[in-house]
Every structure is written in structure tokens, then in C-alpha cells.
Design a protein around this ligand. Sequence first.
Ligand code: NAD
Ligand code: TYD
Length: 342
Amino acid sequence: MRLVVTGAAGFIGSAFVRATLSRGEGVEILALDSLTYAGNLENLAPVANSPGFELERLDIRDREGLSRSFERFRPDVVVHCAAESHVDRSILSPADSVATNVLGTAVLLDVARDHHPRLFLHVSTDEVYGSIDAPGVASESALLSPTSPYSASKAGSDHLVLAYGRTFSLPVIVSRATNNYGPYQFPEKLIPLVVSNALCDLPLPVYGDGLQVRDWLHVDDHCRAIDALIARGQPGSIYNVGGDSPLSNIELVRSVLRICGKPESLIQHVPDRPGHDRRYAISSERIRRETGWAPSVDFDEGLRSTVEWYRRNPGWVERVRSGDYLRYYERNYAARGASLSR
Ligand code: NAD
Ligand code: TYD
């Protein structure tokens, strides 16, 4: 099988590429990434010399570049992970989310349809459903109600993907996963941020009361879900992918502190994120029923091994937490009136 993976140097894309190539099943991968602040070649270093792997620095808005790559590589399957993926950044710079998530996806779809892949798998998010009051759960047919520029741009891209399926008979699947965690995640998202802060005795910023609920999915389980959808997903369909591990942010932060052996005095409540969704909750019944997939990583175990990875990779953390990251960090937390000095 010949796979194009966009956003391959990011957190989920690189996990998928590493997992696929390490199985050694003769899969060939063309990894595409424009290497934004979130794209990191170190994430692909473990497989950089694998047979069947090639990497190209390319922006998904670059139609000519994409056309050349698709013409040459002729993928069977496209796994589309490239995105501006962070809610807080989308609040600071909404146009960036639209540019990559909506426009970039439209260009990629256009190029893909000229080359007739067997499947275009669009990696999306449960955030498109918006906040769900307890005890409700969103199924794939729930109305979309995105609230942040990030989730609105992902909802826009989901609609485009489905429209290309209907209008141009491109075989598409939209997967909507819950919050991912695991190694190599950029420390702007909650888990890697609080883990890396805790390990350096820095304050852990908790937005508002910290009672917001997210469902946590280990990135390895997400990659197995993508495999299952490539093998057994129904083109034209949407699949929710949940981790079955709902937790409030404050409970999660306390668990991280316990694992790191650090005091709760590091927790710092800061003013809330504007438009903050209170609770995400989905049903993953469909992917389970149709493909047999189910999450297999126990959350406590997954969190412990994730903390261990950050503890054992201080160099990776130090390198990504420099330059642009420091400017973003200052800006994001200053924007909510928080000073996060020691
Ligand atoms: P990430 O931010 O870690 O990686 C995104 C990658 O896309 C980076 O390598 C970046 O360089 C690349 N990229 C950005 N703009 C690009 C462009 N214009 N052209 C080419 N490459 C570009 O994100 P992630 O966490 O790996 O998320 C991957 C996908 O999964 C995204 O579509 C995201 O919406 C979705 N998703 C993420 C989560 C999560 O918890 N992280 C949950 C559900 C869905
Ligand atoms: P995040 O990892 O940014 O994912 P998302 O917003 O896509 O769910 O945030 C997860 C939750 O953690 C969310 O409710 C916002 C909250 N949060 C904090 O309380 N403090 C932080 O510093 C960050 C980054 C997030």
C-alpha cells in the first residue's frame, strides 16, 4: 500500500508513520509537512532511514507542489493530519486555522480527486460537535456546533471532505477523535504542558474552575483506529473515535502531579479560555461495530508512560520549548492575565 500522510511531522501524523513503518509490512509512505512550529523532524527520526519512507516539505495549500508529488507517488490512501490544531492559538490567530484547515484541505481534496486514491481519510475532531451537556453523547449524526475558530475550521473541512465524496465520488472517510495524548506531543496542549511544567517545578495553568471534561484517547489507540478505518471503514462515512476515559481537567492535573511526585501548590487557576467548551462526549459505537476497533490503553497506565517519556526526553522538550514557543506561551497566558513565573 502507498500512503500519503499530511502533517506527518506533527504529533498524530508522526505516531501513525512510526507505527506503520515499524510493522514492516512493505507499506510505502510519502510524508508531507510544511514544518510549522508544530512540525518536528525529530518526531520522525526513529523511522527516517526505513525502507519505503520519504519526506517532503510541502504546504498543503501549494497546489502545484501537491500535484507533482501525487503524480509521482500515486498514493492508494491519503491520511490527512495536517492542521493548525490548537484552540488557544486559533483564538490568538483565527485566520491561520482557516488558511490551513479549510483552504488547505480544499486544495488537497482537489489534487487528490485528480489522482483517484482508494481512500481519503480526514482526521478530524469531536470538537466539531461543541459542548455536550451531561449525560448526553454525540453520535456521528449530531448537529455540528463548533465554538472556537479551530473547531469551526475543522467543521468546515469536514463538510468539504464529505461534499467531495458526494459531488466527485471521491472515497472519503471523516474520523472524529477525542483529545489525544502520548509521547512527542507539542507542549501547548494540556497534558504535555502540565507534564513538562511539573517536571521543571513550573506553575500548572488551569483555565477557570478546571471542571471542564475531556475524553482522553492514547495516540497509539488513535493510530490503530486509523488502520481499522483504512482496512474496514465504509467510504462516505463519519466515525467517532473515543478513548472511554472522561476526566475533568483538575482531576487530570492532580494525577499528573501525583505521578511526577510534585505538590498541588503548583496548580495555578487562571482566567478561563473565551468560549471554553464545558464537556466533550461522543459515542464510538459505530467504529466498534463496523471495524472491531476498541481503545486498548488504560488511561492511568498511558498517562504514567507518557510522563515517563517526557522525563526521559528532556532534550526534546527543551528544544521545542524555545524561540516561538516562549513567545506564544507569554502571549497566551498574558492574554488571560496570568503571570506564570515560579
Ligand atoms: P500537530 O499540531 O501536532 O501537527 C500538525 C502538523 O501539520 C504539523 O507537523 C504541522 O507542521 C503540519 N502543518 C500545519 N499546517 C500545514 C500546512 N499548511 N501544510 C502542511 N503541513 C502543515 O497536530 P496533531 O495533534 O498531530 O493533530 C493532527 C490532526 O488530528 C489534526 O487535523 C487535528 O485537528 C486532529 N486531531 C487532533 C487531536 C489532538 O488531541 N491532538 C484530537 C482529534 C483530532
Ligand atoms: P487542550 O489540550 O488545549 O485541548 P482542547 O482545548 O482541544 O480540548 O485543552 C484541554 C483542556 O485543558 C481544555 O478544557 C482547556 C484546558 N487547558 C487548561 O486548563 N490549561 C491550559 O494551559 C491548557 C493548554 C488547556
